[in-house]
Design a protein around this ligand. Structure first.
Ligand code: ADP
Ligand code: MG
Length: 824
């Protein structure tokens, strides 16, 4: 037996098995089984060197099958016979004695089963560049790359945005004006014609019920595609012109012996980029599907698939692109969305176990007297919700299994004091504690807040710039430090030194600073503010710093519970679902463009009464520098033309930390009336005297972001306002504006947000290091629950994902989590 005589049985076997599962509908291979077989047979025949096998090969008519013409029973029987034949061919190829030795796979050059993702010719895998597919040239590849499609696998997972429903065929006589319809007709005449002022193509087609004209403007070259008497499918909208019906620029396709892909069915609509055209992309995707989809290994254990009634993966991929019906399309989406959620959940569970089973953390003991003294020194009483959550945290801190908790709480619900109490408990136990904020401004603000709280209750204090020391709080002096990028190198290294020597108890800084630069001597607790910028991988990284500290992450982004359990499944969940008493509703108004002048007048009046205002410039996704430029221009316009007599400040992402701080400081101290800012102020800043938040191009922001903006005001006693300006909002944009106008409660808004968001628009999955999400929707609560339950069950059975039946799953997990982590 030589390498060249090796018959590769696996691809055909996979197809036939799938065809069985699809009830012999001849839908497994696009284009039909017979065509596939005839190609396969041509390649295979020469390799058969057993006369017996060859005879059977001929009997089964493998080179010349007529599967399409048979009924289900015949198909079933025949497939069984072919599978038998494949098994025999495979056995004949086995050099019997040393079946599993490594030597064999080297000498025969190919294993008898194809490793995951390999194509029959071995060299091309699903991870090969798209150009390995016939018909995809390098020039197309570079355009596809812009859409994130580089490999064959990317292409398979490059799902259409939506489908055009061209599946309803109509006789010409029944066509209705104004609707999307499809006809199958014979070409009578096709010619280049003058259409208005330009040349175009005109075709007359007919069926047994009548004739109709179809025209394509500006595309005279199309005419040669329509030979007289050809069968043509047209899909598109029908118009009326001088009393006659006419198809204008319909999608078209000649009926040949292949399946329709542009017409007469649910036709995929792909994202495009300059230089790529719908027909071309459909053709390319179709080709890749035909050749590769069935080679995707289905990594889901059979049991999970049957429990959850999920399609097989290759089928799901094909149907997601070219669905047989809307029903199957939904099934395909379900399978693919399930995969995403299931893999996230498994990965997160794995991370959770990692930290739970790693070396024990530090069990703190609680000195209630000192804690109470801190709480009593606050200028307010904790709300019920704050008390409950604090208790949950304190319970965790007293265990040697390190805390890993997510604290969710509406903007302004008072998370900071709760965190503060935890930090003090840490310091009281002789450990170091860190509070990490997403931005310098926020870190500084936390530092100031905490300094204020503590200096009230301290007997003696030393406050030197960014380091403060208080006597009388705990049994020993406590030292706080603010670590920011704007410190000088010398100050920084001095501070690092002190932290490393354990001379600083509580460090406040940005994520980056604390993570990268600092070595602690006894880090016992880390509080992370604003969770969504700090993902699961960063959390793991922090644990791997060797201390296994307690971790508390805080977020003001309300996430429905099921979703939180999946995305942040490695964390326990606490919720502050109550605002401190006396908070007023922030009056929110969506203004029409022509009301801009009145909005400015309103700002002037508020400022005349001693209040301050924010103006948020539009979100510009292009780049931070473009955004900054636009903000500068807006600032100039507002300063010179609109509010010449007021004091304006500007804040954008291109300013240095020192510049930002200066502006923030002036605003906080009341030396500025209006702060004009790019969306960077989104997170957490606290200026109680600000009562107006004016958001430009508000329709471009997501609901949770708008809610965050709104949360910047209403922090003091005075009635506060949020004014939203939008030029020409899209329907979804309008929905969002209506929602934010009417809903104050962050959790209710989050639910609304779920409804309005499309597939894949998860907040920050990229930043958070989670695998890609394309198919799952935030609103898939049932599916989320299903995926979560299955993942938990599987994880319980096989926590290392090491059972043989989970081998493919383990590979897939490694693959998606590895690529997901790149951006972190
Ligand atoms: P967030 O949860 O958005 O981080 P903060 O912790 O910044 O909210 O708190 C917002 C404001 O509410 C702060 O000025 C804080 O001092 C105040 N605050 C916190 N808890 C209470 C409470 N129980 N009663 C009254 N005011 C409170
Ligand atoms: Mg906060």
């Amino acid at each position: 037996m030589t390498a060249s005589s090796f018959i590769d049985v696996e691809p055909l076997r996979t197809i036939l098995q799938m065809e069985c599962r699809r009830n012999y509908t001849n839908t497994t291979v696009l284009g039909g089984l017979d065509k596939y077989l005839s190609n396969w047979a041509r390649e295979t025949r020469g390799k058969i060197n057993s006369p017996e096998l060859l005879t059977r090969f001929t009997e089964l008519k493998l080179a010349d099958s007529s599967y399409a013409g048979w009924d289900v029973y015949k198909r079933k029987e025949w497939i069984k016979d072919v599978l038998d034949w494949l098994a025999r061919a495979e056995n004949a190829a086995e050099p019997a004695p040393e079946k599993k030795s490594k030597a064999r796979s080297r000498t025969t050059s190919r294993p008898s089963t194809i490793p995951a993702g390999r194509s029959p010719d071995g060299a091309k895998s699903l991870d090969s560049p798209v150009t390995v597919a016939k018909g995809i040239a390098a020039s197309s590849a570079s355009k596809l790359a812009k859409l994130g499609v580089q490999t064959i696998r990317d292409m398979l997972y490059f799902f259409p945005r939506r489908h055009l429903d061209y599946s309803q065929r109509k006789p010409i006589a029944k066509l209705e004006v104004g609707e999307e319809q499809t006809i199958l007709a014979t070409v009578w005449e096709a010619r280049i014609a003058r259409l208005g002022s330009q040349q175009g193509t005109e075709v007359i087609v007919g069926d047994e019920t009548g004739n109709i004209r179809a025209v394509w403007f500006n595309q005279p070259f199309l005419a040669r595609n329509f030979p007289t008497n050809a069968q043509l499918v047209l899909s598109g909208r029908v118009f009326e012109f001088r009393g006659n019906k006419v198809f204008e620029s319909p999608e078209w396709e000649l009926v040949e012996d292949k399946e329709l892909i542009h017409t007469g069915r649910l036709v995929p609509v792909y994202p495009l980029t300059r230089g790529l055209y719908p027909r071309q992309v459909r053709n390319m995707v179709r080709k890749v599907l035909d050749n590769w989809a069935w080679q995707v290994t289905d990594f889901l254990p059979q049991e999970v698939k049957s429990n959850c009634r999920l399609l097989d993966l290759p089928q799901a991929i094909m149907q997601a692109h070219y669905p047989d019906s809307n029903l199957v399309k939904a099934e395909a989406r379900k399978r693919l969305a399930f995969d995403e959620l299931f893999l996230i959940q498994l990965g997160v569970l794995d991370k959770k176990r990692d930290w739970q089973e790693s070396q024990p953390g530090n069990a703190f003991t609680l000195n209630n007297e000192r804690l109470d003294r801190f709480l009593n020194s606050l200028p307010f009483n904790l709300t019920q919700a704050q008390q409950r959550v604090l208790q949950e945290i304190l319970d965790d801190l007293q265990k040697s299994r390190p805390m890993s908790r997510l604290l969710q709480g509406e903007v302004g619900s008072g998370k900071t004091v709760v965190a503060m109490a935890a930090l003090l408990v840490g310091a009281d136990n002789g450990y170091q504690a860190a509070l990490m904020a997403p931005t310098e401004i926020l870190a500084e603000q936390h530092f100031k807040t905490i300094r204020q709280l503590l200096s009230n209750m301290s007997d003696e204090k030393i406050e030197q710039g960014n380091v403060c020391c208080y006597q009388g709080l705990l049994s020993r002096p406590v030292t706080f430090a603010l670590l920011t990028g704007s410190l000088s190198e010398r100050e920084k290294s001095e501070l690092h030194q002190q932290i490393q020597e354990g001379k600083v108890d509580i460090v406040i800084g940005t994520h980056a600073l604390i993570q990268k630069a600092v070595e602690f001597s006894r880090l016992g607790l880390v509080v992370v503010d604003e969770q969504h910028r700090f993902g699961v991988l960063q959390r793991s990284a922090l644990r791997q710093k060797g201390f296994n500290p307690h971790i508390l992450v805080m977020t003001a982004t309300p996430i429905p519970r099921t979703l939180a359990l999946t995305l942040y499944g490695d964390l326990d969940l606490s919720v502050i679902d109550e605002l401190p008493p006396g908070r007023q509703e922030i009056k929110t108004r969506w203004l029409k463009p022509e009301q801009r002048g009145r909005a400015y007048d309103f700002l002037r009046r508020q400022i005349a009464e001693g209040q301050q205002a924010f103006i948020i410039c539009p979100l510009i996704e292009e780049s931070e520098s473009v955004e900054a430029k636009a903000a500068v221009a807006e600032y100039e316009r507002l300063s010179k033309e609109v509010f010449p007599s007021l004091r304006l400040g500007l804040l954008h992402g291109r300013m240095t930390a020192v510049e930002k701080d200066k502006v923030m400081q002036s605003f906080r101290d009341g030396r500025l009336d209006i702060l004009v800012s790019t969306p960077v102020v989104e997170v957490g800043i606290d200026v109680p005297n600000a009562t107006v938040m004016l958001v430009e191009a508000a329709d471009r922001f997501g609901l949770s972001q708008l809610h965050q903006f709104r949360g910047r005001v209403g922090r003091g006693e005075k009635q506060s306002y949020c004014l939203l300006l939008a030029e020409k909002p899209s329907p979804v944009g309008s929905e969002r504006l209506k929602a934010i106008e009417g809903i104050q409660n962050g959790f209710v808004l989050a639910e609304k947000d779920l409804e309005l968001r499309g597939p894949g628009e998860f907040f920050g999955t990229r930043q958070s290091g989670l695998p890609d999400i394309r198919m799952a929707r935030l609103s898939d609560t049932q599916l989320l629950e299903l995926a979560r339950n299955e993942a938990v069950a599987l994880f319980r059975r096989d926590p290392d994902i090491s059972m043989p039946e989970h081998r493919l799953l383990a590979q897939e997990l490694a693959r998606v989590w590895q690529t997901g982590g790149e951006s972190s």
